[in-house]
Design a binder for this molecule. Sequence first.
Ligand SMILES: [Zn+2]
Length: 153
Amino acid sequence: MSDIFDNIEPMVHKSRIHVPYHWWAGETASRFLVSLRDDQKILGTKCAECGKTFVPPRKTCPTCFTLNEEWKEISPRGTLVTYTVVRRHLASLPKKPPIIYGLIHLEGADTSLLHIIGEVKPEEVKIGMKLQAKFAVERKGTIFDIEYFRPEK
Ligand SMILES: [Zn+2]
């Protein structure tokens, strides 16, 4: 079987695509982000059916499919559930590696929040360690209004 492309040398070009865009975070994420920015408070939503509290907040319970209309302030303290260390530099990273990404189970929540762990060396991080949120001095309404989570003092 022959193909019309059999005798064509495959050419590969390196390039970059820059695609600026804006999107609305939605009412649930907006309320969460405004609370981080203006009040330095972490909010979650609670399902009236099963009682689960979601952080980050979810508009709808993924188990019960009911609207989560109850908002709760969640503790800025929690426990590290798991983590990974990123050592390779990529343009999309928020800062220079090594970066420790952790899943933090905040007190009062039933889900975990993915965030950066700071003020600790990668070799000193332990699953189960107690962490607390460190809010950024200059907050802009993004998840990085929590600058990172650090070992509890
Ligand atoms: Zn539910």
